[in-house]
Write a new protein. Structure first.
Length: 211
């Protein structure tokens, strides 16, 4: 099972502060394999960092971008962007209770700053999506030559609980890039399905909260 460390940060900060000094203390997490475990081209690789504060979970993605962006022409940042997963996007899945890993949350953000949040429950064998879920997440992004940086900030109220030092939550970090037959589906913890599918809680990795 994949594992990563989520370091504690005393100071909270906005998602739009993409260059906050606290990110230097976060573990570097490599996202370089497709969902099936095969190595993706370097131009599609990404790095992620995670931090936690007393009030929120933070994640920062730094992605290589060597192909044309697939984004909305007129992005709407005021509400969740349904079908955001059909364009270039980074995603985070979080299951705060490892004993109920089939109850988890999905957060997405795009190079445009568009975002999406949804609560998911597949305990019945069928995935049920709560599109009315409101996490209060923040998203921010910056497009540069050959690179896109995207951040998300999710308040603990989104999960109904706060972690304690030593807690282990489950989840995955993901990236979708490109379009058509060559579209890439990258995963920190590959799901190893026959067809691209990120919704495999059994393949979630461990998020270790340390302070």
């Amino acid at each position: 099972m994949q594992t990563l460390t989520v370091n504690y940060c005393r100071e909270d900060f906005a998602a739009e502060n993409l260059s906050h000094l606290a990110w230097a203390s976060a573990e570097l997490i490599s996202i370089r394999r497709y969902w099936n475990g095969l190595e993706a081209p370097e131009g599609r690789h990404a790095l992620a960092r995670m931090l936690w504060t007393d009030s929120a979970l933070h994640v920062l993605f730094e992605t290589n971008q060597t192909e044309p962006l697939v984004v909305a022409e007129f992005p709407d940042l005021e509400q969740k962007a349904i079908n955001l997963w059909d364009r270039d996007v980074v995603e985070m899945f979080v299951a705060p209770d490892r004993n109920e890993l089939r109850k988890y949350f999905e957060f997405e953000a795009a190079p445009t700053g568009e975002w999406l949040d949804v609560a998911l429950d597949s305990t019945s064998g069928k995935r049920v999506s709560d599109w009315e879920y409101k996490s209060g997440m923040e998203a921010a992004a910056k497009i540069e030559d050959g690179r896109v940086t995207i951040a998300m900030k999710i308040p603990w109220s989104a999960f109904g609980k706060n972690p304690e030092p030593g807690d282990v939550w489950l989840g995955n970090l993901l990236r979708c890039v490109g379009q058509g037959p060559d579209r890439g589906y990258l995963a920190w913890s590959p799901t190893m399905t026959e067809q691209p599918n990120f919704h495999v809680p059994e393949r979630f990795g461990e998020f270790h909260f340390v302070k």
